[in-house]
Write a protein that binds this ligand. Structure first.
Ligand code: ZN
Length: 150
């Protein structure tokens, strides 16, 4: 099987059977993401233990790329701390936008490398990461709010 074909299988599988699909309740943080170019809408909920994303889920509606990317992301970041997640996002972003970006250390996320041949779909693939970052920022804001009301 050629690599491109393998990558396509991974995307199709994660689109048909999204991992970590749903919402955490209660959740430490929630964020909504919207990609108006395509109509993708995602919600990410997560729980933190200190600096580590101990659990996260996503739900929503979108194209195959947006759903598969979110599913792959939840598997990749669960159990990781913020700095490691941030470094991973940088690598994924490079993978999506740079023709010669390495896919080392990215595991199944490397399946998204085919997206860079379709620039209009880059926002579909990166929506979940921006939504995750927004959820992490919301968690910080909730912490700050909790402190300020005491
Ligand atoms: Zn899309």
């Amino acid at each position: 099987m050629e690599l491109n074909e393998l990558y396509r299988e991974v995307i199709l599988d994660h689109n048909r059977h999204p991992r970590n699909f749903g919402r955490l309740d209660p959740a430490d943080a929630l964020a909504n993401g919207h990609n108006p170019l395509c109509g993708d809408k995602l919600t990410v909920t997560l729980n933190l233990q200190g600096d580590v994303i101990s659990d996260l889920k996503f739900d929503g509606n979108g194209c195959a790329i947006s759903v598969a990317s979110a599913s792959l992301m939840t598997e990749a970041v669960k159990g990781r701390d913020r700095s490691s997640v941030s470094a991973m996002f940088d690598k994924v972003h490079a993978l999506l936008t740079q023709a010669d970006a390495p896919s080392t250390d990215l595991g199944k996320l490397a399946a998204l490398s085919g997206v860079r041949e379709f620039p209009a779909r880059v926002k579909c693939a990166s929506l979940c990461w921006h939504t995750l970052n927004a959820a992490l920022a919301n968690a910080d804001a909730a912490d700050a709010a909790a402190v300020s009301t005491e």
